[in-house]
Design a protein around this ligand. Structure first.
Ligand SMILES: [Zn+2]
Length: 337
């Protein structure tokens, strides 16, 4: 769930007609084939609209029979329904040795080989498993250029308790390995190596200071049962205070469209059936992590943790490996043009 907002408004937003469409394998193939042109159409539509809708307070959906407060403070360590994953668990949480670092900023590794050699990619695992222990710190307001908002949120979880914060770290670590295997220099914004956060403004700053060639923020949504599928969030054209996305709107759209297409190919998952009008693309102007970015950046909501069918995928390690592969392929396609 991307920080503090209702799902974005769009011509086919759920507020008007949440009609969960089911995609069988045949349809997925159709969707794959149709995605790119539709995504392009979606782009143009959204570019025209330049980002609908302002934000609402963060939405954490309480577990059945649990109060809002209880769900906020639910522990990150009870992945009751997380199936033992095959083929591999993500690599250990050790910081990947970027051979050359300057003051903590990753610099492209001169000895790296592979199609992404010389490229710097920043991967942002959404939320942090420790956020629920620091509710006062994460509720502190930070400046995101056009407005002020919470430093961070706890994120959502499946009904079985598998948390979004665990999901995003798992997929991000797999993604880092895949990108490094292609020679990229990769920096994780957080790797469970800090008690909470970072705040949304610092998350943008880390990508900016790394002069990243691409940044992807990994999330999973918390929406109504029946709302299924993934969506990629693109920055709207925003100018205000420290925010100016005029230089990144175009390249981020290119990154996001390729990522959406490759995600469908790698996972077989369909684009969201509740936002984006079937294109898998959504433009937003309320996310600090996008508004403050000066490098190409998108968010991906990999699925809906609150839908049992999507949750079955999100809690499966082999599906998470495919998700990481789809994101890596999208980044690779963008960086190699
Ligand atoms: Zn999230």
């Amino acid at each position: 769930m991307s920080y503090d907002s209702q799902p974005p408004t769009s011509p086919s937003s759920p507020s008007s007609s949440p009609s969960p469409r089911r995609f069988g394998r045949g349809n997925v193939t159709v969707a794959v084939a149709a995605l790119v042109p539709t995504a392009l159409a979606g782009w143009l539509a959204w570019q025209a609209m330049s980002g609908p809708g302002d934000s609402d307070p963060p939405k954490v959906v309480p577990l059945p029979g649990q109060s809002q407060a209880q769900s906020q403070s639910r522990s990150a360590s009870s992945p009751a329904d997380a199936k033992p994953s095959a083929p591999t668990t993500p690599p250990a949480a050790t910081a990947s040795p970027s051979k050359t670092q300057e003051q903590g900023k990753p610099v492209a590794n001169p000895t790296a080989t592979g199609p992404l050699a010389g490229k710097v990619v920043v991967v942002d695992p959404g939320h942090n498993p420790g956020n629920f222990r620091h509710t006062r710190e994460i509720s502190r307001l930070v400046d995101v250029g056009t407005h002020r908002k919470e430093c961070d949120t706890t994120g959502t979880s499946t009904n079985g308790g598998y948390t979004e914060a665990s999901f995003t770290l798992d997929v991000s670590r797999r993604l880092r390995t895949l990108l490094e295997q292609q020679g990229a220099t990769v920096k994780l914004v957080q790797n469970e190596d800090r008690p909470y956060g970072p705040c949304v403004d610092e998350r943008a700053r880390i990508g900016n200071e790394a002069k990243a060639d691409a940044v992807v923020s990994v999330h999973a949504d918390g929406s109504a049962v029946g709302n299924r599928g993934f969506h990629v969030i693109l920055p709207a054209l925003v100018k205000g205070g420290a925010a100016d996305t005029s230089k990144i709107v175009g390249p981020s759209r290119d990154l996001g469209t390729r990522l959406a297409g490759k995600f469908v190919q790698a996972t077989g998952s369909a684009p969201s059936n509740y936002v984006g009008g079937g294109t898998g693309l959504v433009v937003r102007k309320d996310l600090g992590g996008l508004n403050l970015s000066t490098v190409p950046k998108v968010f991906i909501e990999c699925g809906n943790m609150r839908d049992p069918k999507d949750a079955a995928l999100l809690t499966d390690g082999s599906w998470r490996q495919k998700a990481a592969q789809g994101i890596a392929d999208g980044i690779g396609s963008y960086l190699n043009g």
